[in-house]
Design a protein around this ligand. Structure first.
Ligand code: NAP
Ligand code: ZN
Length: 352
């Protein structure tokens, strides 16, 4: 397989800053498209990966899985796109295509393991994948999304991860106009969860640790904000929610949220990976048929559905545009929850 060098930004060790580097992209196979990356969102997973929070990061690593750009080249068998089209790439760039999950449009649960946009074994090169903090990317057409043309392109980028990660549970648990949904944490995922749940007609509550976010949350569409450290406020929503989406990235006590679920309600964890501390108390779950679930991103068809829904409802992310060279500062700000509400890199800055 022949390859081409591309300029990128990545890190060489868990405690190293991200810096400019060169990585290889494969030359196009018949079903591939090449995309010039225009914007790339900054997900907290990028930071977890760069700093090896989850273990298993291969270095050098190039994060970035909220990619929008323009098609610059198509392989001989590509029918879905032509040169000049807008395109999106999220967290998935391939999967086996033959297992029960893949056959049911659930590539994110591929039984043979999906190929992630970064830090995944690359089935084509004797290497691993590099993400969207780069000039361009080569992806098989079936994992490339069509982007609505009526939306601000930079603000579309975060839909490719933050959007689909919150859309998928909203759809799986059939959220609609009679639903009462709560979101834990107002960050990149949390603010998209509010907008999308609202777009589906639900009544939406935000749980936040941070009192200063109340006005913003309401402007984003939340009907109510509950400060999760205030016992009286927590008590006021006891037994209320059909679905809670918990986006908190670090270990935390999830028990207080269980008591705010309605009978048969579900708390779905999308943020923190690992054992909860304190552990979950089963009593309120058993006595109220309450469930705790998890969910990872979403399939390709579901991602396309979400992008079209956002196009129809004029939903995009609230973003702060940064230059590629500002990424290390942006990570520090993200750790302090000091971003409204997603950083997006203007990839033109990498060309300078
Ligand atoms: P983010 O923008 O940093 O937002 C996280 C929010 O959680 C913060 O704004 C903050 O909201 C709250 N928070 C942060 N630290 C906390 C702590 N120690 N205790 C309680 N609350 C805390 O992150 P993000 O990009 O939305 O990502 C959230 C998590 O989802 C990350 O771990 C990321 O890796 C993961 N993720 C999962 C998937 C998936 O498929 N399941 C996909 C993408 C990302 P308040 O200030 O309002 O409390
Ligand atoms: Zn992400």
């Amino acid at each position: 397989m022949t390859t081409k060098n591309t300029k990128a930004f990545g890190s060489e060790a868990p405690d190293a800053e991200l810096k400019e580097m060169t990585v290889e992209r494969r030359n196009l196979m018949p079903n591939d498209v090449a995309i010039e990356i225009l914007y790339c969102g900054v997900c907290h997973s990028d930071l977890h990966t760069a700093r090896n929070d989850w273990g298993g990061t291969k270095y050098p690593t190039v994060p970035g899985h909220e990619i929008v750009g323009r098609i610059t080249q198509v392989g001989s068998e590509v029918s879905k796109f032509k040169v000049g089209d807008l395109a999106g790439v999220g967290c998935l760039v391939d999967s086996c295509g033959t297992c029960a999950s893949c056959k049911n449009d659930l590539e994110q649960y591929c039984l043979n393991g999906f190929t992630g946009t970064y830090n995944s074994n690359d089935p084509h090169l004797n290497s691993y994948t590099f993400g969207g903090y780069s000039e361009n990317v080569v992806v098989t057409q079936n994992f490339v999304l069509k982007v609505p043309t009526n939306l601000d392109l930079a603000a579309v980028a975060p839909l490719l991860c933050a959007g689909i990660t919150t859309w998928s549970p909203l759809r799986h648990w059939n959220v609609g106009k009679d639903s009462k949904v709560a979101v834990v944490g107002l960050g990149g995922l949390g603010h998209m969860a509010i907008k999308l749940a609202k777009g589906l007609g639900a009544t939406v509550t935000l749980f936040s640790r941070t009192p200063g976010k109340t006005e913003d949350a309401k402007a984003l569409g939340a009907d109510e904000v509950i400060i999760s450290t205030d016992d009286a406020e927590m008590e006021s929503v006891k037994g209320k929610f059909d679905l809670i989406i918990d986006t908190v990235p670090y270990v935390h006590d999830a028990n207080p949220y269980i008591s705010t679920l309605n009978i048969s309600g579900t708390l779905v964890m999308v943020g923190y990976l690992g054992g909860l501390e304190p552990s979950l108390n089963t009593v309120p779950m058993i006595l109220g048929r309450k469930a705790v679930a998890g969910s990872v991103i979403g399939g390709i068809a579901e991602t396309q559905e979400m992008l079209y829904f956002c196009g129809e409802h004029n939903i995009v992310s609230d973003i702060e545009i940064i230059k590629m060279q500002e990424i290390n500062k942006a990570y520090e700000r993200m750790l302090r929850s000091d971003v409204k509400y997603r950083f997006v890199i203007d990839m033109a800055s990498l060309k300078n």
